[in-house]
Design a protein around this ligand. Sequence first.
Ligand code: AHG
Length: 278
Amino acid sequence: MEKIFQAIERSGIEIAKLIDRDSFEYSDSANTSGDNQLKLDVESDKVIEKNFREVTSIRAISSEEKDREVEINRDGKYLISYDPLDGSSLVDVNLSVGSIFGIYENSFRGSNLVASAYIVYGPRVEMVVAYDEVKLYRLAGEKFHFVKTLSLNEKGKIQAPGGTQKNWLPHHKKMVDDIFQQGYRLRYSGGMVPDLHQILLKGGGLFSYPATTDKPKGKLRILFEVLPFALVFEKAGGYGVDDKSQRLLNIEPQHLHDTSPCFFGSKYEISLLKKYYG
Ligand code: AHG
């Protein structure tokens, strides 16, 4: 596992440099989710694949930028799903973006997720690893340094409600309004990594990406975005649930690119969610 974390660190350092110097042209291709792929997405994907190919314990990888799983070492123990550059459309407006990783044994399903990690490329480059605990590291020079262990309070002060408001379902709108009425402040950048990172570092709050009339299964991808953060939040003492208030880690995706409505938060906000969602 240590070698996998080292490969993730190397990838983070290389991608941070790519973001610094790359141009932000669109490539000619589109990925499975139909997005235009920025050149930077493709380059970041290549960086990560190259670094994972050096780790013998990895059996296969699956990327948000690839149509199918790629075998690395037949005898490897671990499977890794990753989103090489989540929120990449925010790069050209100079907002933070991130890379997300889920590390599984046996097969790509929540119950087999043994560790996860993400890197946020902002004014600083930071990495969070959820394994035994949730640990924050910060890049200084060519090395990530341990900063502290992260845990959530029972209740936060901010909420990040995703999706197009016009397409929210009435009970979701009521919940979001209720939370604002309780004094919560809006903190939403449109990048899942920095938005969840903020909630985690501020000790709590609610991030939601609900089912909407235009996207009944939500927008965020189960393997590449949802499950890795569900593990981070649970290990930090919080919760990750879907629109039936079921644990996200119990979801079994049928296809690599399946999506799910998702909610991440601390104890208080998730209990409130259950009031509106049942
Ligand atoms: P993309 O990688 O296509 O830019 O999508 C980013 C994701 C996620 O990071 C973020 O939370 C969500 O899309 C934002 O979507 P909305 O703009 O619909 O709220």
